[in-house]
Design a protein around this ligand. Structure first.
Ligand code: FES
Ligand code: FES
Length: 165
């Protein structure tokens, strides 16, 4: 049994310690924002944050997560109260099919938490591991800049939206 803290809530997970975090999030905890794209650490669609850093959940085994804080897109905001990064992606209409977008937002959030005013080049370099086959790259770039501006008037750290423990 492994105790996993996700979006502020503890979950007791009865699974092989080698199980990828992505499978636990989607199949056990029913958090479906992180997507299975390649399963090989090559597309970025499964990205979540672990202790504030962007992590590819498809290649991160449970055994590395004891005592760490996992944050998924669901933990940043809600439909009623979206986080700045979520609001910015919506306002820039950055998603086409949307499959890559949760991962893009999570890595952008991690970037903005350590660098609140990234340059174009810094955003491009950060998001380089992420594939978007719809080609919405320029909108995504604008959305990250917009999120940076929105965070000027909001707390840049994620507000974890979970149920009371
Ligand atoms: S599904 Fe994890 S990097 Fe592609
Ligand atoms: S919006 Fe479709 S893959 Fe990026």
């Amino acid at each position: 049994m492994i105790a996993l803290k996700v979006n502020g809530l503890y979950h007791e997970i009865d699974a092989d310690p080698d199980t990828p975090l992505l499978y636990v999030l989607r199949d056990e905890i029913k958090l479906n924002a992180a997507k299975f794209g390649c399963g090989l650490g090559q597309c970025g669609s499964c990205t979540v944050m672990v202790d504030g850093k962007a992590v590819l959940s498809c290649v991160t085994p449970l055994l590395l997560l004891e005592g760490k804080q996992v944050t998924t897109l669901e933990g940043l905001g809600t439909i009623e109260a979206p986080a700045p990064i979520q609001r910015a992606f919506m306002e820039e209409q950055a998603a086409q099919c949307g499959y890559c977008i949760a991962g893009m937002m999570m890595r952008a959030q991690a970037l903005l938490q350590r660098n609140s005013k990234p340059t174009d080049d810094e955003i491009r370099a950060e998001l380089e591991p992420h594939l978007c086959r719809c080609g919405t790259h320029m909108r995504i770039l604008r959305a990250v800049h917009r999120a940076s501006r929105l965070m000027d008037t909001a707390d840049a750290s994620p507000t974890v939206h979970g149920r009371a423990q």
